[in-house]
Write a protein that binds this ligand. Structure first.
Ligand SMILES: Cc1ncc(COP(=O)(O)O)c(C=O)c1O
Length: 398
């Protein structure tokens, strides 16, 4: 008798069958788009045609900044292509330390640890901080959930952006709430809404919990210095830890954790996602140092201003056409649609017209919604935004 194939084979075959179905229908799979290559911060070549990118996280457009590119090239020549080791072994250079100090200074905190990805920063921070229980906003990013799982602690989600529900959950935990990490995001990347951080800070202080804010999408974008939503809300000094990534406004790859408590300095000694992986490459570190210098300079403030103007332009244009939008104007504008089929149709139609956007449908989307996620970059031109608006206008009845 032939043995049944292992369950994992069947699961993977089902996934492959779904992909093949789309391909057979002559449709591009929205989750497997492959660009020939990027052309600029806002354009890429796709199947030989230029498309305008409204689905990246290149909020300040720094991926093609000439000074960041130059810094990366110089670092490759001087320090090589990779570190070939962990920060705990041969993979720590003066430039890694310098970037950590630059990040800590940006926040005004005494401590910062760099990770090799934003994903790893969340794994490292949450798995190390959580022992008994960890409390999460229900719409947290997968890396936050994965960090919580890795910790082995009990996971208590609270209703998205709801400080009263957080208060109830912490009250129910009683003494267990004291010192428990509460993890939120500054700006939620799918709907584009932001956290009511001041209210959440007040709640966590009442219970003696520790607030971790993932500013992945708000770093570089919000706050006078670009530190994110906690800075913008004037409560940065009351947050216990900020986690961030190099992969969005900083236009590199890597992550970081920074905070006000001197005890955090030893986090790197206890964090497996920090220890058991190679450190960021010299090119990444150098480009990120330069991007960070821009973000904290007058030029950074001007880029944030420009991004804000773009957000208002796109938001107002779509609202005037009666598209249903997920949140107030911001660098992420979510267009909420009636079902997954129409969302898929519009996604294809936009790509046909030369606009790449992100598509989110259940089960990957928040609250079972089907949406097109549009993201802006300071590098966009007004004419690119107007072009996207014209495409949405043309597609209203389709
Ligand atoms: C909120 C949030 N945290 C963390 C990450 C992980 O960052 P990275 O892509 O740098 O690993 C992401 C990535 O999309 C994110 O959206």
């Amino acid at each position: 008798m032939q043995a049944r194939p292992p369950a994992i084979f069947r699961r993977l075959e089902e996934l492959e069958a779904k992909r093949a179905q789309l391909a057979a229908a002559g449709q591009v799979d929205p989750f497997s788009v492959q660009f020939d290559r990027p052309l600029s911060a806002t354009e890429a070549l796709w199947q030989g045609r230029p498309v305008i990118l409204f689905g990246s996280n290149n909020y300040l457009g720094l991926s093609f900044d000439a000074t960041c590119q130059e810094a990366a090239c110089l670092a490759v020549r001087q320090e090589g292509t990779g570190t070939t080791g962990s920060r705990m072994a041969n993979g720590s250079f003066a430039s890694h330390r310098a970037l950590e100090e630059q990040l800590a200074a940006c926040f005004g905190f005494p401590y910062c640890t760099m990770f090799s990805a934003g994903y790893l920063a969340n794994l490292g921070v949450i798995a190390t901080l959580a022992s008994d229980v960890v409390v999460l906003d229900a719409e947290s990013h997968a890396s936050i959930y994965d960090g919580a799982r890795l910790s082995g602690a009990d996971i208590v989600p609270f209703r998205h952006n709801d400080p009263d529900d957080l208060d109830r959950r912490l009250r129910r935990l009683g003494a267990r709430a004291y010192g428990a990490p509460v993890v939120i995001e500054g700006l939620y990347s799918m709907m584009g809404d932001t956290a009511p951080i001041a209210e959440i800070v007040a709640v966590k202080e009442r219970h003696g919990a520790l607030l971790v804010v993932d500013e992945a999408h708000s770093f570089g974008v919000l706050g006078a210095r670009g530190c994110g939503k906690a800075e913008a809300d004037g409560v940065l000094d009351r947050v216990d830890m900020v986690v961030g990534t190099f992969s969005k406004s900083l236009a590199g790859v890597g992550g970081f954790a920074t905070g006000p408590h001197p005890q955090w300095a030893a986090l790197r000694l206890a964090s497996r996602p920090y220890i058991f992986t190679a450190s960021p490459s010299p090119a990444t570190v150098a480009a990120t140092q330069q991007a960070l210098a821009i973000i904290t300079s007058d030029r950074g403030a001007a880029l944030r201003e420009r991004l804000g103007g773009h957000a208002r332009r796109l938001h107002a244009g779509l609202r005037d056409m009666d598209w249903r939008l997920g949140a107030e104007p911001g660098p992420v504008v979510a267009v909420v649609l009636e079902d997954a089929q129409r969302t898929l149709h519009l996604w294809h139609a936009l790509l046909e017209r030369g606009y790449y956007v992100n598509m989110m449908i259940p089960p990957a989307s928040p609250r079972g919604l089907s949406l097109l996620r549009l993201s802006l970059s300071a590098a966009h031109g007004d004419e690119q935004i107007d072009g996207l608006l014209a495409a949405f206008d043309a597609l209203r009845q389709t």
